[in-house]
Design a protein around this ligand. Structure first.
Ligand code: ZN
Length: 121
């Protein structure tokens, strides 16, 4: 049985699998075998560690979670004339009092470095 399973695994590895581009840190990107996750050098048609056939034509991306932090993305509609840091028109903003005046503030504290990105709805 074990031999058969082994044979099967070997056969499956002959089908080229997409190489994984691993981003461990912004300046630390490498290619890895999708089966054993070990680094592979660009252009190798086989993983030197486990024999997995590699497909370089569509590389899948994988990002290692940074310990303690992860990114959240939220999509919502804004008026067509909305611009970055235009908290008055931002649906996330709330009204706060500062120096006796009502003003719109950012719940993410990003008023002056608004991270919003826009695309046509
Ligand atoms: Zn491998």
């Amino acid at each position: 049985m074990a031999l058969q399973d082994d044979l099967r695994a070997q056969l499956i590895k002959q089908f080229a699998a997409d190489v994984v581009e691993v981003t461990e840190a912004p300046d630390k990107v490498y290619y890895a075998c999708p089966t054993c996750k070990r680094p592979v050098s660009r252009g190798n048609d086989k993983c030197t560690s486990c024999g997995q056939a590699l497909n370089w034509s569509s590389i899948s991306k994988e990002e290692y979670a940074r310990v303690g932090m992860k990114m959240a993305t939220l999509s919502f509609e804004v008026p067509g004339d909305f611009a970055k840091s235009d908290c008055r028109k931002c649906p996330l903003s709330y009204i706060t009092k500062r120096e006796g005046q009502n003003m719109y503030d950012c719940p993410l504290n990003m008023r002056n470095k608004c991270p919003l990105e826009f695309k046509e709805a």
